[in-house]
Design a protein around this ligand. Structure first.
Ligand code: AHR
Length: 512
């Protein structure tokens, strides 16, 4: 009798444990409607620290493959992940940048002080032509942020003319003298950056009027219809969204949103490399807040724009930690760990699942600043765990979103709960289905059983990014600690897809 009871208890424990470690997923492949814009996978490059200077743009003397002074090893790495767009010149820097200082003969360009980022001298050697040459090497769309804070309406209007007008004018003559005959037809334009903060400390009512002025004189030239992006809210400032939507509505193309994942607080952000499980989980909890922010801002937008004409443009996101010890605090140089990979993958899953409204996003910032894809040291480059996430997720670009329903076990640390698993799925133009699965739990593997409705498939192959510790990083000495590799833990059982996801992992599966 005792033996029988013990056996029942054991079965109960096994059942309970396995139930806790299992997730259920339904993917609906019937008649997908929303396209995941490739521009969700965009990046951001500000004149800040070593992102542009000593990042994209290096001295003539540096011994690396270059076109002009643009590093081609970096260009190749970003082309591999299909970078769709690049935002420039800021950030806060944009609202003190005067574009005319960055054109013409390089050694005659005026210098300025970069007051936002360490008061360093900006020599303006990287300006409009250099940025657009970079975008053309990358094969990506430029996204330019105009100066509203300390610039003028005329300055922005003339910048648009210089870039986009094909006819005869003093500015197009100047452009030609500076070596560019054809217009570039830049369509993404941010009208100011963080106008509620470093961009001028404006109220939303005042900014809405400014947007209308700047926007009126930023002209649509033939073949160059502008996608004007208004400065949107800081994180959960829902009043900002309400006022802007009410006053500008559908006369803007997009409304930006900035949200950074901070492990601790703005005053004490926390280290990029040394943190415990509580801090790890708290970081992911903060990262998951992106879903709530998008949901709530979108529902305000829906009131004024039920047809979802206005895009939500999350043009600054990512994890923001303390700088690496010994580096300039104004340069925002931080390492990048397995935790960052999980932040990136989780955020991209959130964007995919909200792609009816989120149509552009930009991780801050591509090289050597905040959550970078690439770190540099002299002529060496290092691909971060975040880089590999973008490599795996590129299959979602321009694919059709497949709606999902998920029930995930919780990942509990010290009574704090978050869902262990997050997912998104899409179908590309050839019919292949991709599923990106993330397990945030630091210790438990999760078995996930997926029903795929309306999808024909036979095989599931994939790639994984995982590591034994959430603090694992790639270094210049050991550059391949956290990278992508082949994943063999997916199988077909009847009509179900069964996947065992290891702890701390990002998987992208391809179903054919
Ligand atoms: O990405 C760093 C800074 O963060 C940007 O310049 C600014 O827009 C934001 O506050």
């Amino acid at each position: 009798m005792k033996k029988k009871l013990a056996f029942i208890l054991l079965m109960f424990i096994i059942f309970f444990a396995s139930a806790q470690n299992s997730a259920k997923l339904i993917i609906n492949g019937n008649n997908p409607k929303t396209t995941i814009s490739r521009n969700i996978y965009g990046h951001f490059s500000e004149h800040l620290g070593r992102c542009i200077y000593d990042g994209f743009w290096v001295n003539d003397s540096m011994n690396v493959p270059k076109k002009d002074r643009i590093r081609l090893d970096i260009v190749d790495a970003l082309k591999k992940i299909k970078i769709p767009n690049l935002r420039w010149p800021g950030g806060c820097f944009a609202d003190e940048y005067h574009w005319r200082d960055g054109i013409g003969v390089r050694n005659q360009r005026p210098t300025m002080i970069n007051t936002n980022w360490g008061n360093v001298t900006e020599d303006n050697s990287f300006g409009t032509h250099e940025f657009l040459d970079l975008c053309s090497l990358l094969g990506c769309e430029p996204y330019i942020t105009a100066n509203v804070g300390s610039g003028t309406v005329e300055e922005m209007s003339k910048w648009v003319e210089y870039l986009n007008f094909d006819g005869l004018s003093p500015l197009t003559t100047l452009r030609k003298q500076n070596g560019r005959t054809q217009p570039w037809n830049v369509s993404f334009w941010g009208i100011g950056n963080e106008s509620w903060g470093c961009g001028g400390h404006m109220t939303p009512e005042y900014y809405a009027d400014q947007f209308r002025r700047y926007s009126t004189f930023a002209k649509n030239y033939p073949n160059a219809r502008l996608k004007k992006i208004a400065c949107g809210p800081n994180s959960d400032d829902y009043n900002w969204t309400e006022v802007i939507m009410k006053n500008i509505g559908t006369s803007m193309w997009g409304l930006s949103l900035h949200y950074y994942t901070i492990p601790g607080t703005w005053g004490k952000k926390g280290s990029a490399t040394a943190f415990d499980e509580n801090e790890y989980q708290a970081t992911l909890k903060n990262c998951l807040k992106m879903d709530e922010l998008i949901t709530k801002h979108s529902s305000i937008m829906d009131k004024y724009d039920p047809d979802k004409k206005v895009a939500l443009v999350v043009d600054e996101w990512g994890i923001w930690t303390n700088v690496e010890p010994g580096t300039n605090p104004a340069f925002l140089y931080q390492q990048n760990s397995m935790r960052d990979a999980l932040v990136a993958a989780t955020t991209l899953n959130i964007f995919n699942n909200h792609s009816d409204r989120v149509r552009v996003a930009n991780l801050a910032q591509t090289i050597n600043v905040l959550q970078s894809l690439i770190l540099t040291q002299g002529n060496k480059i290092l691909l971060t765990p975040t880089y590999y996430v973008f490599d795996l997720f590129k299959v979602h670009q321009d694919a059709k979103l497949l709606p999902i329903q998920i029930s995930s076990p919780d990942y509990i640390v010290d009574n704090q709960k978050i869902p262990s698993v997050n997912v998104s799925a899409s179908q590309d133009s050839t019919g292949i289905v991709h599923i990106s699965l993330v397990n945030l739990d630091a210790t438990k593997k999760i078995n996930i059983k997926t029903a795929l409705e309306g999808i024909n498939w036979n095989t599931a192959e994939g790639q994984i990014i995982t590591s034994s510790k959430f603090t694992d990083i790639n270094t210049f000495d050991k550059p391949y600690k956290v990278i992508e590799s082949v994943f063999k833990g997916a199988k077909k059982e009847g009509n179900y897809l069964i996947v065992e996801i290891p702890p701390l992992s990002v998987i992208v599966l391809e179903l054919k």
